[in-house]
Design a protein around this ligand. Sequence first.
Ligand SMILES: Nc1nc2c(ncn2[C@@H]2O[C@H](COP(=O)(O)OP(=O)(O)OP(=O)(O)O)[C@@H](O)[C@H]2O)c(=O)[nH]1
Length: 303
Amino acid sequence: MTADLDNSGSPGHRCGYVAIVGRPNVGKSTLLNKLIGQKVSITSRKSQTTRHRINGILTDAESQFIFVDTPGFQTLHTNRLNSEMNRVVTQSMRDVDAVIFVIEAMHFDDRDKKVIRLLPADRPVILAVNKIDRMADKSQLLPFLEKMAKEFAFAAIVPVSAEQGTQVPALIGAVRPYLPHNPPLFGEDEITDRDERFIAAELIREKLFRLLGEEIPYSTSVVIDQFTMEGELRKIHASIIVDKANQKAIVIGKGGEKLKLIAMTARKDMEESFGGKVYLNVWVKVKSGWADDAQVLKSLGYE
Ligand SMILES: Nc1nc2c(ncn2[C@@H]2O[C@H](COP(=O)(O)OP(=O)(O)OP(=O)(O)O)[C@@H](O)[C@H]2O)c(=O)[nH]1
């Protein structure tokens, strides 16, 4: 992808877009956070917490990497939301200069193979073999990397531990040569081009994944109804949208305890992210079939 150039930056400077793809739960969000050194993309133990494209930006002396964190490839649920997500993933790979394909060390399954089939043939794909810290027998790594080299014409293969940061600089070094010569598109201190409204919704959604049971979060979404500044205070009104009335009861919890906890922990994270006080009001609303409703999807940013 090229952009309007303003002739700032040194002549050798590189700048480009990099997509991070992989099946759910391989560690894409953790890797992005490690790459850019700050929590922007949300992470969770449950899979499929990433629904939006999130740009994280890494700027160093020679280059600027604009990372696109994509939703995991969905293989279980088949509603409209998931087909939209798969579309967003394929789209995001077409718009980038390089792709980082993430898998788990020693795990290469049918879901990973599905992702491989969608990888673009006309741009460099760097394979990041993640979670190497988990390997009990490190001597198995080299044969696994050799096996992977036969699966696709990867531009490079880099074993990493996103969680511990091991080999992350090597991964950056492997991607760098594929960025085009461009001056930086973003200022040095910009980490994401998403606004605070979006980050606020992501932080609430992250709490749903962390604090609710297995099934509920998949049928919920978060909408920011109002976001205003009163002096230094951010006043945020948000709605958690659920599919059914019984889910509303679960999100609220006994005596409102669960919702209180969701709102309190989300508010603390927002205050840390935004660097200022936050007043947060969270409602739970039932909208049946929202995940299949094109109109609702549009209002959530899937166009
Ligand atoms: N041991 C270990 N765990 C990791 C590593 N990287 C990620 N994880 C864990 O794997 C789980 C999934 O990580 P995420 O970063 O949320 O995965 P994701 O691929 O973004 O998942 P989706 O949003 O579902 O697509 C989390 O519990 C992480 O803490 C790693 O290098 N080592």
